[in-house]
Design a protein around this ligand. Structure first.
Ligand code: DAO
Ligand code: DAO
Length: 292
C-alpha cells in the first residue's frame, strides 16, 4: 500500500490540519520554491505527490488538501502509520528546479523548510544559485527549547519572534543542505559571494574585524574544487558550535566558532533571510515540533 505523510509533521497527528496548511500550502504555484511532497519509497512510482496552493487560481488544490487534512489521521488509510525507515525515505521536492530533500538526515535531523538562494547579475537578471533545506536535530530542539515553547498556543507562538533566534543561538545540531542549481559556478564567484554574505554577518554579530575567521572558512575551499549543478554541500553545526562542511559527502573541514555558525544560520533564518517564505515555513515547522 502506498503510505504518504507530510514529512515535516510525522509526530503531530492531532495538529496536522493546521500545520500542513501553514507549511506546505503556503506557497503559491508561481513561487520559486513550491514544495511538493513525494514518497520516495517503493511506491514512488505511483507518483505519490501532494501539493497545495493558496493561490486563488488553484482553489481546487487547496480544497483537495484541506479535505485530506480534515480526515482523521489515525483512521484514514492514506495516513496509515509509517515505520521510521519509511518516514526517512520520504522527501520534499523544490518545485521550480525539481530538487529533492530527504525529510530526515542522519538519525534525527528533521527538515524544517526549503528555499532558494537567488542572485542578481548586474541588476539584470536573477539566477537560481542553489536550493537549500534547513534541518535540526529533533531531540536537541526539544531538549533546548521544549520547555520554553511547548505551552504556547499557536497565536502566542506566532507573536513570539524569538524562536528562530533561539534556534540560532543554542547548541542544537543543525544542517543547512545546499544543492547547486546554477551550472557555471566558479570557486572565485563563490568566494566573493560569501565574503559579502557571510562577511557582512560576521561584521554584524562579531563587531570587530573578522577577516581572519572568514579567511579560515574560505581557505577550506580549494581552487581545484568543482561544484557543478547537482553538487550537495552540507553546512552542519555539531555539538560545541563546530561548523563542519562536506561536499558530496566528503568532509572538507571543521571550524569551531559560535560566531561563524551564527553568521551562516542567519543567512537562512535570520532577520534578512535569502528566502522569506522558507523562513516562515521553518517557523511553522518549529511550532509544530515544539508545541504539545
Ligand atoms: O557567474 O558571476 C557569476 C554569477 C555567480 C553568482 C555566484 C553566487 C554564489 C553564491 C554562493 C554559493 C555558495 C555555494
Ligand atoms: O549563499 O552567499 C551564500 C553563502 C553560502 C555559504 C556557504 C558556503 C559554502 C561553500 C562551499 C563552496 C565549496 C567550493
Amino acid at each position: 500500500m502506498v503510505s504518504l505523510r507530510f514529512p515535516f509533521l510525522f509526530s503531530q497527528p492531532p495538529k496536522l490540519p493546521h500545520r500542513i496548511s501553514s507549511t506546505t500550502s503556503s506557497r503559491s504555484f508561481s513561487s520559486a520554491t513550491t514544495a511538493v511532497l513525494v514518497a520516495a519509497s517503493a511506491a514512488a512510482s505511483a507518483a505519490a505527490i501532494v501539493a497545495a496552493s493558496k493561490d486563488p487560481k488553484h482553489p481546487f488544490l487547496q480544497n483537495a488538501l484541506n479535505s485530506l487534512l480534515s480526515s482523521n489521521c489515525s483512521s484514514a488509510p492514506l495516513w496509515g502509520s509509517l515505520s521510521l525507515a519509511e518516514k526517512s525515505s520520504s522527501a520534499v521536492v523544490e518545485y521550480k528546479n525539481g530538487i529533492s530533500f530527504p525529510s530526515i538526515l542522519g538519525d534525527s535531523r528533521r527538515l524544517l523548510g526549503i528555499g532558494l538562494r537567488k542572485k542578481s547579475i548586474f541588476g539584470l537578471k536573477n539566477i537560481d544559485v542553489y536550493a537549500f533545506g534547513v534541518y535540526a536535530d529533533e531531540n536537541g530542539l526539544k531538549e533546548s527549547l521544549g520547555e520554553k515553547y511547548e505551552k504556547l498556543s499557536t497565536s502566542e507562538f506566532k507573536e513570539n519572534k524569538e524562536c528562530n533566534e533561539d534556534l540560532i543561538d543554542n547548541d542544537i545540531d543543525m544542517t543547512v543542505r545546499l544543492q547547486i542549481v546554477y551550472s557555471k559556478l566558479s570557486i572565485r564567484s563563490v568566494r566573493s559571494a560569501f565574503e559579502q554574505s557571510v562577511g557582512s554577518r560576521l561584521q554584524k554579530f562579531g563587531g570587530s574585524d573578522n577577516k581572519e575567521l572568514l579567511q579560515r572558512f574560505t581557505s577550506q575551499f580549494k581552487d581545484e574544487y568543482k561544484i557543478p549543478r547537482g553538487s550537495v554541500i552540507d553546512l552542519s553545526r555539531e555539538r560545541g558550535h563546530v561548523l563542519r562542511t562536506t561536499i558530496d559527502g566528503k568532509e572538507v573541514g571543521s571550524i569551531q566558532s559560535k560566531l561563524l555558525c551564527r553568521s551562516i544560520l542567519d543567512l537562512y533564518i535570520g532577520e534578512d533571510p535569502f528566502d522569506r517564505q522558507a523562513k516562515e515555513d521553518i517557523e511553522h515547522s518549529l511550532a509544530s515540533l515544539l508545541q504539545k
